[in-house]
Every structure is written in structure tokens, then in C-alpha cells.
Design a protein around this ligand. Structure first.
Ligand code: XMP
Length: 322
């Protein structure tokens, strides 16, 4: 495993970085084809722009609709990129992901199921169809650090774990952002012409809403956490916090509705102040904001009778729940 040389946001010259990385991608891919998966996060968006600069039409960009993204996300992201001249094909892979997640409750096993479905099943097929040998992806240094430290297996880290993607999945992975952290990637994204809705986008985990369902992930549970997420994002956008999210708990609690017992679901809200996600504190939200969140979630999300707010720091908490 060779050490990765970090480029800090202060050291980074984004224009030079873009030029160098585009040349490198061109050199590695040669006259062949490459594919990449866009999720709309700042990392995969920056890689998409770099790849298109380097390869033009020889890079095929896909949005994998895995069924665990937020409301309307595939269409929104494809339309932002269309305006930038980048064609994004949405691939419906919902059944593959839900069947891979069926019956799994352990967090790391969920990540592994998502990883295998993405890389082996979905990308494997796309790579074969396109006769391409390369997958371009937006792994950043923090992903590598957390995975190597054994904190959380980020779904996109392989070589640093001794896994050869060529052997495991049948294609090579190119990672042009691996020397950067989030703040550096935001600079590159801005310099490559992406709108601020992308380069200032709140982080969102690779395992998407599956990282926010405790216990088995089903399409019904995803629908609930997705509804709660819309409310949390609407209500907390004005805080400008680093990240805010809703988690669906596995345990039910006794509630009451229309004078009757309702053994219902619990949603936990987290809202984090952080610089780089390595450490974080809960945002000191006012009680009126919390009140509004609780009232909207219990009235708008069917079956939820309890809403809580996380007050512990990272560490020992992590930002996501699984
Ligand atoms: P944690 O939960 O480790 O999260 O404190 C730190 C930051 O990373 C994001 N995160 C992930 N991103 N795959 C990802 O791509 C993952 O498995 C994953 N887990 C957490 C999280 O949203 C936060 O911004």
C-alpha cells in the first residue's frame, strides 16, 4: 500500500489540479471508454466534470437509481448536468439493491451488500456493455482514512484494503480526487463550472438512506425515512449546519392517536456542526425549531409517534447511525 500524498485546500491550485488530472485520466484511459456513476454529491460531481474534460463522449455517466436515494434525486441531478452539457443516464437498479439488502441487519454487512451490488452487479454489467475497462470514481482521502482505521468501511475503498478491483470486479478504478479532502474537492468543483447547489452540497453517504435505517432495510422503511428527510432538510436548511439527517429506529414505542394506543415508530434527528466530519458537535437548535420538526414529522410521516434529537458529540458518536 503506497502512502497517498495529501494536497490541502490551502496548497491546492484548482485550475492546475484540473488540468493535471484531466491529462492523467486521458493518459490512463488512452483511446478506450470509461464509465462513472454520478450521485450528485460534490465528489462524484467533480469527477464527472474532470472525466468529461478529459474524455468527452468516451466517458459514459450513469446515475444508479438504487431506490435508497432522497426524493426526486435522480431526475434533479440529471437535469443539473444536462444544463452543463453532460448527458446522464438513469439506471433503475432498485430491485437489485432491495433484494441484496433483504434480511441484513448488521451495519457492515449492509455496506458490503451495497458495495457488491454496485461494483459487481451494476457497474460490472455497465462496463461490459460499454466495453470499457475503467471506472472513474470520487474517493477522497477521508474515505481512505476512515476505512483503513477500521471506523467505517466506506463503500468505495478497495486498493487500500488490499482488494484489486481488476480481479474482484473485472475493471480498473481511477480515483483523481484521492489526495484531497472535502474542502479541496469543493474548490475543484467550483472551478470546474458546477453550480453552488452542487459544490456547497451537504454531504450524503454512499449507502444513502440505507445508512439511516437501523435494522433491516426495506422499501417501506426507506419511504418513511425519505419523508422525514424532506422535512428535516426543509426545516434545517437555514441553520447552514454541516449536515442534518433523519434516522429511522428499529424499536417501536407506545404512542397514542385519536385516544387509541399506537405502537409506533421513532425518528431521530441529528444536526451537526463540523469542519471536516472528523469531529462534530450537535448544533444548538432552538426549541421552537425542534418543536416544529416534531410536530411536522409526527403529523406528516405515517406511523411515527416519537421524535428525538441527538445531543452527543462525534466522537464517541459517529455522524450517521450505522
Ligand atoms: P460518520 O458517520 O463516519 O460520517 O461520522 C462522516 C461523514 O461521512 C459520511 N459517511 C459516509 N459516506 N459512505 C460514504 O460515502 C459511508 O459508508 C459513509 N458513512 C458516513 C457521513 O454522511 C458524514 O458526512
Amino acid at each position: 500500500m503506497s502512502a497517498i500524498k495529501e494536497i490541502t485546500a490551502e496548497q491546492l491550485n484548482p485550475q492546475e489540479f484540473i488540468k493535471e488530472k484531466a491529462e492523467e485520466i486521458s493518459r490512463v484511459v488512452g483511446s478506450g471508454m470509461a464509465i462513472n456513476a454520478l450521485s450528485g454529491g460534490v465528489d462524484s460531481s467533480a469527477v464527472t466534470m474532470l472525466g468529461h474534460k478529459a474524455l468527452g463522449e468516451r466517458l459514459k455517466t450513469y446515475f444508479i437509481d438504487n431506490g435508497i436515494m432522497r426524493e426526486g434525486e435522480p431526475q434533479q441531478i440529471a437535469s443539473i448536468f444536462k444544463k452543463l452539457g453532460v448527458n446522464v443516464e438513469i439506471v433503475n437498479a432498485q430491485d437489485e439493491f432491495f433484494s441484496a439488502l433483504k434480511g441484513i441487519v448488521d451495519p457492515e454487512e449492509k455496506r458490503e451488500a451495497i458495495t457488491q451490488t454496485f461494483y459487481k452487479k451494476v457497474f460490472g454489467k455497465l462496463v461490459r456493455e460499454n466495453q470499457s475497462k475503467f471506472l472513474l470514481q470520487g474517493t477522497i482521502l477521508t474515505d481512505v482514512d476512515e476505512t483503513v482505521a477500521g471506523i467505517k468501511r466506506q463503500h468505495n475503498v478497495f486498493e487500500q484494503l488490499g482488494i484489486d478491483p481488476q480481479q474482484a470486479f473485472g475493471y480498473k478504478i481511477i480515483e483523481p480526487l484521492v489526495q484531497l479532502r472535502k474542502d479541496g474537492v469543493r474548490k475543484v468543483a467550483e472551478a470546474s463550472g458546477l453550480p453552488s447547489s452542487i459544490y456547497n452540497r451537504m454531504p450524503f453517504p454512499g449507502p444513502a438512506l440505507a445508512a439511516r435505517v437501523i435494522g433491516e432495510v426495506t422499501s417501506e422503511k426507506i419511504a418513511i425515512v425519505r419523508k422525514a428527510t424532506i422535512i428535516v432538510e426543509e426545516e434545517l436548511v437555514s441553520t447552514k449546519a454541516f449536515q442534518y439527517l433523519a434516522i429511522l429506529h428499529q424499536d417501536r414505542v407506545t404512542g397514542m392517536r385519536q385516544g387509541k394506543r399506537d405502537f409506533g415508530m421513532q425518528i431521530e434527528i441529528r444536526c451537526w456542526d463540523s469542519i471536516d466530519a472528523r469531529q462534530a458537535r450537535p448544533t444548538r437548535l432552538g426549541f421552537d425549531a425542534l418543536d416544529k420538526l416534531a410536530s411536522r414529522i409526527t403529523s406528516e410521516v405515517p406511523g411515527v409517534v416519537s421524535v428525538t434529537y441527538n445531543i452527543s458529540t462525534k466522537p464517541p458518536s459517529t455522524m450517521e447511525a450505522i
